[in-house]
Design a protein around this ligand. Structure first.
Ligand code: FAD
Length: 373
């Protein structure tokens, strides 16, 4: 798919045509030439295929919804070898299914994304020593009360080099080119005290999705697991923090592991009914993403077990809904596991089974979280 990576922009209609093997960085840079952007992930070297077909969360989600909410059309090759055009009025059932469960239904040759006008932005990192955990959580919760859709906080429990001491790192994003506006939006966070690390700057939008290049570079062993929480519960964050410190002390090779809580505003996501796309959990929630990174095979099970224990801590604060692109497919846990599949697709699961029967009865597409007819 990688060679199918052409991206072109229709500036009049504000549409981006991107071939299915492109990376989001390629979409970002082509759209930016015209002062436009669409909702992609927060790491530019993520493929548009898997991310877009599962849901798609990024810095612009609070303002413009999920990636699937910005798919205006697609061309897909289904299991019978047919090439089908999909849109709101062409092959509507398949268009519904690919927006949240796409990898089960075919190979997308081309996506058409809605583009939005995009200015330069201000973003970066602000890190505090771990002793500030409680005040960092309190500040985040206070910020949530009056936050707008053009700003975002990702709250990260991690270890900071060179000494690898535990820290609380904020990834802050303001969808506005003014540094004063940024300082104002995040004044509550700045009030947490003296940061141990600060790197905030004004930048073109595509650079925003390169901020995490260092922590997401290639190499090592990696996995992600996720929980969706309805609210930020300080005791769960404390419990996860204690566990993170013990785990990384005992397993220094996993020191780059971290826990992110993405405080997206889900109003835009929730403004669309749960049955209008295959993507199901359309309500206010926050993603907890347990990003695991370690070095040796011997450590695999230790890491997986630990990350599941962190998922269990946060599952208490939500309804166990899962995001398909963060489902654990590393350990085959999701394979033919109805409970997990229902946690991903909720009430849409039965309709997806019917559509699988119609378009892929022999389960030709069987990677990741597979729907069986
Ligand atoms: C570093 C990193 C950062 C991430 N950040 C985010 C984020 O900010 N937001 C978010 O929502 N998710 C994020 N994710 C999760 C991401 O959505 C999933 O990992 C997703 O599967 C990536 O898609 P891909 O095409 O790059 O992966 P691949 O592994 O290439 O593909 C994943 C699956 O999709 C299928 N697929 C790929 N292209 C197509 C296509 N054109 N047609 C049909 N099927 C296709 C593949 O066959 C495979 O089954 C991140 C993941 C990583 C590793």
């Amino acid at each position: 798919m990688r060679k199918l990576n052409k991206v072109r922009v229709d500036t009049e209609k504000k549409l981006i045509y991107a071939q299915g093997g492109a990376l989001f960085g390629e979409v970002d840079s082509e759209a930016w030439k015209y002062g436009l952007a669409t909702v992609g992930g927060i790491v530019h070297h993520t493929g548009i295929g898997g991310l877009s077909l599962g849901g798609g969360f990024g810095y612009l989600t609070s303002k413009h919804g999920l990636t699937v909410d910005n798919i205006m059309g697609a061309t897909i090759v289904t299991a019978d070898g047919e090439v089908r055009e999909l849109s709101a009025n062409k092959n509507e059932d398949l268009f519904w299914a690919i927006r949240g469960c796409g990898i089960n239904f075919g190979v997308v040759y081309e996506f058409i994304f809605q583009a939005h006008e995009q200015k330069e932005i201000v973003a970066g990192f602000l890190a505090f020593p771990a002793e500030k955990l409680d005040s960092a959580v309190e500040a985040s919760k206070a910020w949530l009360k009056n936050r707008g859709t053009d700003e975002n906080i990702t709250f990260v429990i991690n270890r900071l080099p060179p000494e690898n001491k535990p820290a609380i790192t904020f990834i802050l994003f303001s969808d506005d080119p003014s540094e004063q506006v940024f300082r104002k939006k995040f004044s509550l966070i700045y009030e947490c005290g003296e940061p141990i690390f600060e790197k905030v700057e004004r930048m073109p939008y595509p650079k925003l999705n390169m901020l995490l290049d260092e922590s997401t570079d290639f190499g090592d062993r990696k996995a992600v697991l996720n929980a969706q929480i309805d609210y930020v519960n300080i005791s769960s964050v404390r419990e996860a923090y204690e566990s993170f410190v013990n785990f990384t002390n005992e397993n220094p090779e996993a020191a780059q592991t971290h826990i992110e809580i993405d405080l997206i505003d889900s109003k835009k996501i929730a403004s669309i009914p749960s049955d209008s796309t295959a993507f199901h959990p359309r309500k206010q929630f926050y993603h907890v993403v347990i990003v695991q990174r370690w070095k040796t095979k011997e450590c695999d099970k230790i890491v997986y077990d630990w990350s599941k224990s962190i998922q269990s801590i946060f599952n208490k604060d939500g309804d166990k809904s899962l995001y398909v692109n963060f489902v654990d497919t590393t350990t085959d846990q999701a394979y033919n596991n109805e409970e997990i599949l229902k946690n991903v697709w909720g009430k849409n699961y039965e309709r997806l089974k019917e559509l699988k029967r119609k378009y892929d009865p022999n389960v030709f597409f069987r990677k990741g979280a597979v729907i069986f007819p």
